[in-house]
Each structure stands twice: as structure tokens, then as C-alpha cells.
Design a protein around this ligand. Sequence first.
Ligand code: ZN
Length: 822
Amino acid sequence: MKTNRSVIVQCRLSSTRLPGKGLMDLYGKPVLSYVLQAMHKVKADYYYLATDKDSYEELLPVCKENGFECFAGSLDDVLDRFVSLLNTIKTKTVIRATADNPFLFYEAAEESAALFEEKNSGKGHCDYLTYSGLPHGSGVEVFSADSLKKAATETTEPYDHEHVGPALYNHKDRYICEFVPAPRRYSYPELRTTIDTYSDYLRAVSMLAYLKSHNYEGPFTTEQILEASRANSVKYPVVLVPSVVKGHGTGHLRRCLSAAKQVGFFVYIPADKTLKETDSIVEEYLADGLCKNQLINTIPDESYLPAIITDTFELTENQLKELSKNRSLISIDEGSGYTDYCDYLLDIIPSYKINRRANLTDSGFITMPEHVRADALEGEKREIKKVLICLGGEDPSNLTMPAARAFVRKYPDAKITAIISHEDNPYVDYAGGHNIEFIKPLPGLREKLYEYDIVVTHYGLTAFEAVYAGCGVILLPTTKLHKQLAEKYNFAFVGEKSISDSSLQSALESENLYAKKFLGNEKKSLAEFLRHLSAGKRMCCPVCGKSPSQPDEVISRNETRTYRRCASCGMVYMAFTTIEDKKYQKSYFFEEYKKQYGKTYEEDFNSIKAQGLRRAAIIKLLSGLGAEKTLLDIGCAYGPFLAAASESNFNPFGTDISDDAVSYVQQKLKYPAVCSAFPEIDTAEEFGIAQFDVVTMWYVIEHFKDLGSVLRKVSSLVKKGGVFAFSTPSGEGISAVSDKDHFYEISPADHYTIWEPSKADSILKLFGFKVERIVSTGHHPERFPYIKKTGAEKGSLKWNLIDAMSHAKRLGDTVEIYCRKI
Ligand SMILES: [Zn+2]
């Protein structure tokens, strides 16, 4: 049936930002192919690609494949190109799309065309129509062929000729042009699906990886596209950076390719790689299901911020320059001195060399071989028939040959296999007459280890894999450090550089020859864990609010978080977290509080109020005599402090994020209060008061992610000479001092800053406050190592002494800070 419509897709290969993007490969098909497929779903009589003469030849085959004609016209005068094409066909309505969006909403295109036709039915008239609010780059224009032809004769504006639509919609005096808000189901103006830059291209690759993995075949429906755009793998892309440097072995590359294959990460392989085996190993993984789109040789710019996960053995200064740009940097088994740059450190192979704490150390991420020796668990001595010597590509200490000879002497009938990477290896000459076989690195070595009775290797991944495979393992330590590691992790080893018969013999007799028990058996997926980490959030100092040029000093790392100290203001802050944001809901006080303290907040009202009376007395002392002072309590909850302040002759006002708490304060306590998320509050409007004599925050300040703007707001709310007082956990209390890492590990996930009383004055000064008094609270003698060790009872002399010291040295686990606006 005739539709009187033509679909025209516009394409050229000479894009300045991303040349040839229409033909870039996306999972085996050019980008353009996806566009044409989608637009072919729109009903029309003709389907044309409008291009320029230079691009014609290359684009023709893609058109043919997708049922499109190819028309070549002017390169720069696109308007002329369209008019020339329209002169060759008889059509009424033109539906125009550009060729850079493989995820076009074809349903929206069809609907907008139908709407255009509807507007032109009967007496109505419309020259041009487009939906607004579609994803960025998803726009499809519908216009009348005759109107465009006419408009082209009327304009000489260069801009009108470089484009198509403007010839109509920039001349609204002559043409009726409608920008119709897209129906809700297509309205995603914040979404970007077009390919204009290299970063866009990578985003498209990850979208497609998602769609393919869900067996969605193009052309993709709006729902499928939206689903993909919301996937974590698209929202939190990852670039893995393995070492491809000669001398580091092939384990890093294999580990990264394997994770990439499993969950669709990108792998960065620079052009200047020096690891000889790189290409052959990559081929191996490509044959096994890795997509070549996942391999990249450029790190995307800052318009696209994938998490960077390095597995490079040692980060270099150059790598840091390239990689640590305002995005998460996660490092596996990192051995350099630059670890302060890393947001997260994951240690998989236990190691001594690292004189620092990792966020997580877990050898469970070592991929265990599927093939395991049948006699792995029997523990009895086996006959030694096959020995594998695997000392890595370069074998820097030249131990392969001495090891092979020692085994030949010990087991003249055994078959000795040595892995060497040099093709022109001089060792080969020595092989004649011996039962030694020299082979090149084996693809998939992990699954072949079980064939060997003994595996001789260095401390590293292969050693652990061989243990899992149930082989006897002997390490040849090359350094003192390696010897220490071999000892620490219970490996049999030959300690000397020369391999004497007696040293080999004692290694063979070692009870650790068949090490088995030192590794857990829980299988963990490295790829899945890295996917989880990639959604982690990195944050800069909440006071200063900007990323420093040099990384701030790391204060503590644990499995879910990293804490740093701001070099500029001294605040300790949460710099990286894998825990999702907490939403403060009504249930907070009822359930959370009960969980933490064993009673509800309301039940606790009176004891909190008693604390409040003590605090109010201090504030009264600082704020001096005079008329009834105004006091604003931020985070007032159910109002125990408001009640205390009122009893102490203050005129209290409250604000809280919980509407439940605020109505309690308003209705039961009868104090003025508003529900608001501080700092978004206009007190002049709400209470008729622009500035207060006193502003307080009890255990609230640590919850703000944007502390800088909070303190600025507080400063603006306190009268000159007035008082700002708050309480918070202390970063210098006994818990923090005696076991810092434990303190940060158990610090609640929504405490974004940790206040150290000694630094409070210099931080508050930035906001116009001077600290007047610091009160150390939360004294817990039982948390002092001395009491833990001696088991002294509460009330004993020892206990009382420690309690006195805790007060004297301000070692309480919480602190109250009272300061004055100056
Ligand atoms: Zn700072």
C-alpha cells in the first residue's frame, strides 16, 4: 500500500570528531546498519541513504544489505542534497534521521510521522514536525517534501544549507513548524544514545554488549534500549588495564581478559606493549567469546568516566597521569609506592612486599582449575612421573636449566617439561639426550596443571593454581622476599640460587609439598566483584568540595570504604564507598534507633533531654545574659533538645528531614518546626527569623555529604557573636586511637566526615567560627586496651583511673564542639 512517505537517513564519513563513525564496527556490524534497520521499521514507500559522492562507494553495500537505496549529493550543501534526492522521487512526507544513533526510537519516529499526517488531514496544515525531549541525538524530523523544495529556493543562509530542518523552522513566518513534546514513554532528554565521540562509541559498545547478552536482536525496541541504558554495566563501565610489559608474566593479561569475557569490561591494550605473547593470548580469548570491541587502545576522555581497574604489577607515574582523572581507580595486587592514588586496593595473591593495608585481601578470587587430580586429597606420596618447570617468560635468574638437570638426576625416568618463551632458546641445544622437553607457554595452562605430579614455579598465581589442582608444588625463590613468602604461605621450596641435589631432596620431603589446606575452598568470581566495585562512589573532601591535584593521604581502608585526610583543610572524609546511599525514612527513628540502642527514640526521650539540659547550660554560659535567645536545632528529631532548650529559657525552633518527627514536635511539644533537608531551608520565610542566637546540631553534622555548603549556611544563620554547637563521633577518641582501622570499619556507612577535635578550630575558622569549648563525651574505660587486658571491673581502682585519664586526655569516643561566630 502506498504511504506517500520516504525515509531519508543522512550520513557522511568525513566527521571531524569521529571520522568514519558510520562504518565503525559494533559487534560485527557497522553503526549505520543499526540505524537503517531501525528506520526500516517506519512505514514508507522509499528508503534512502543521502550521502556525499566521496562516501558513496563505501556506504553502498551497507545500504543494500538493509534495503536502502543510496543517493550521492553535495557534501556541504545538505539542503541541496535532500532537494536533489526529492526531485528524483514522488513523495509527500519525508522522515529524516541522521546516521549516528544506533539506538533510535523507531516507534517514536513512526508516531511522529502519523501525527504529522494527521495535522495535514482535512483543513489542517503543518510543514515540519518533530518530537522534543527524545534522548540526545534520537531526534527524527518529519516534513513536507514540497515545503522543503520551496524553502530551499527562498534561503541563501549558509546555516540553512548546511542543515535541513532550519530551512523550515528558522522561517516560521512562512512555514508552520511544530515541536511537540514527546509522549512520556519516549521522553528521556537526559539520555545520550548518539555516537559523536569515542566515548559515545564505547557507551554504545556496552549498550550492545548488554542487548546481546539478553539475546535481543535489532532493531531494538524503546523498552530494550531503555533497559540497556539502565544496566549497571552501561551506567558503570569498566576499563581493565593489565600489564602487557615484558617481565611481568602473562597472568595479569589473562586475568583481565577472562574477567572482561565474563561481564563485558573493556580491556586497555596500549600500542606500545612489550609482552611478546600479548597478541596470541588475545586471539585465544577472542576465539573463546571475547568481543573485539571490548579491546581498546585509547583511554576515553573525561566525558565518559569508566572505573579504571589496574592489574599492572606496579603502577608507573605515566600510567597515573593517564588513568587517575576524576574517576575511580581500583588496583589489583598493586605493588608500587603510588597506592595513595588508588581508591580501592584488592590483594588477591598474598604478598609481603606490600607494606600497606589493602581494602580487601582475599585469595578466594584466584580462579581455581576445574581439572583437579584425582589423588589430590589422598595425601600419600605419589610416584613422580611428570614434572613441569614453569618459571615465567624471562626466567631472570636462569633457573630453568639447573632445575631441569636436578630433576633429571633425581628422577631419570620421569618426563621433565620446561616452559620457555624464547623461540631461539639456547637451552634447546642441551635437551638432546635428556628426557627434557621444552615447550612454549601453554594456552589455558591452569587446566593442564593437574597432569603433572610436581610443578616447579615462582611464588605467584601459577603456584596457587597448582596447589588447587592438587599437584606437588616446589617454589624456587629468587629473592629473600620470595623465600619469606614461600615460608609464610607454607610452600615447599628450594632456597638457594643453585639447585643442589640435597636442597631438592629436602623440598621433596617437605610436609608442604602437597600444600592443600592454606586456601579456602569458597569460589569467588573476580569479574562479579569488580563489577560491584565499579559502582562504588568516589568523593572529594566534603568541606572543600573539589578534587585535589595530588591524592589526599589515605587514613584507612576496609572492604567497603576508603578514608582520606584533606591536605587542604585537614578533614578526614569518606573518599570511596561501595555502599549505596541511605534514604532517611520515617522508619529511621523507630527501627534504626532501636537496632542500635535497644530502645526506641521516644523511649529514650528523657535521657536525651537530660543531656540536652547539660548542653543548654554550656551554651547559656557562652551566649551570655539578655533576653530570651532564639535557638535553631537542625536535625531536631522528636525534639528532646528543644524541650531542654525551652526549659533553659531559650526560644527553640526545630527542623528535621523526617515529617513524622516534625509533626510530633509541632503537635505534642508545640514548638515551631519545619520538615526540610538542610541546608535547603529559608528560616526567614518559615519562622520569620533570618539569624539566630544559637544553632545546634546533635549527631547530625557527620551525615552531610556537602558539609562545606552546610557550614556556610549555618554561618549565615548565626548572629555575630552567637553560638554554633554540635556533637559528633570523635576521630581522636580511644576507639580511633587504639584500633584506627577497626574504628573506620565500624563507622556507619552514612558518616561522611570524621571530626578530630584538635583540627576543629582550623576547619571552623574557614566558616567564621572560633572554637570556645570542646567537651569530650562517651567515655568507655572498657574500650581501653589496659582494661581489656586486665579485665578490671567497673568501679575498680584501675577502672576509675582509666576513666579519669579518658576525661583528662579527651579520649571519649564522642565530642561536643561549641564555637562562636566572629
Ligand atoms: Zn578539605
